[in-house]
Design a protein around this ligand. Structure first.
Ligand code: ADP
Ligand code: MG
Length: 231
């Protein structure tokens, strides 16, 4: 579904990602893990058209999307849950979700799917989004992205700032999404959870992929154990 090849990403003259190649198959859960500053956000912003300083190729459903405007990429069914959740704090939970549905006629079906995945959002639908806990706001950000019924979801560090309990809950929701057939690219620093959830993984360090493979194998890789799992 998504095929990134030899992607080089720049901020102005400063190069931050080198020759990144990543593939995500239909219905696959893939993670790109790496520490702070590795280039994860720069990469996702490039995928969804928010960072125009890039060279290489990004194909979505066989079509080149590098250089396309963000709204066109979104309309093709590629939705991002950004690192800074970007919910509307003064609007109700339900209104935030409706914004994600963008006036689509089938928004009620999408809404019941989101409420099934995150029952707490239904319980709080009239509440101002800004009063939700960090974990609930993250669920709202994911829910809002799902309201557009995307073909593929890209999540930029959804576990950041969440308590261990909520991290577990959030990953279980992603697991359910995976079982339902959603295609996911997950950018994470929470290496253990990400590798336990996904089928395959790539390790990004200083803007370069240094390791890739089946998630189960990466969990037992000596470099990963030492650098990320504290073993
Ligand atoms: N807008 C920007 N202008 C210049 N440099 C940036 C900008 N955003 C990020 N960077 C730099 O790009 C590198 C990668 O950052 P980022 O993509 O945010 O990594 P990550 O998401 O993995 O933490 C870092 O060295 C960061 O300082
Ligand atoms: Mg980031």
């Amino acid at each position: 579904m998504l095929e990134i090849s030899k992607l080089n990403v720049f901020h102005g003259n400063l190069q931050v990602v080198w020759d990144l190649s990543v593939k995500v198959g239909v219905g696959e859960l893939v993670t790109l893990i790496g520490p702070n500053g590795a280039g994860k956000t720069s990469t996702v912003e490039t995928i969804v058209g928010l960072n125009r300083g890039a060279k290489g190729s990004i194909r979505f459903m066989g079509e080149e999307i590098l250089g396309m405007r963000p709204h066109r990429i979104f309309e093709k069914g590629l939705a991002l849950v950004p690192e800074r959740r970007e919910i509307f704090p003064d609007m109700a939970v339900l209104e935030n979700l409706q914004m994600g549905g963008q006036g689509r006629p089938e928004w009620r079906k999408a809404l019941s799917h989101v409420y099934n995945l995150f029952p707490v959002l239904q319980e709080r639908e009239r509440q101002r989004a800004g009063t939700l806990s960090g974990g609930e706001q993250q669920m709202l950000a994911i829910g809002r992205a799902l309201m557009s019924e995307p073909r593929m979801l890209v999540l930029d560090e959804p576990s950041t700032g969440l308590s261990p309990l909520l991290v577990g809950q959030m990953f279980r929701s992603l697991e359910q999404l995976g079982r339902e057939g959603m295609t996911v690219l997950l950018l994470e620093q929470n290496v253990r959870h990400a590798l336990e959830l996904c089928q395959r993984g790539y390790v990004l360090e200083n803007g370069r992929i240094v390791l890739e493979g089946k998630a189960k194998e990466l969990l037992h890789d000596p470099h990963i154990e030492r650098a990320y799992l504290g073993i």
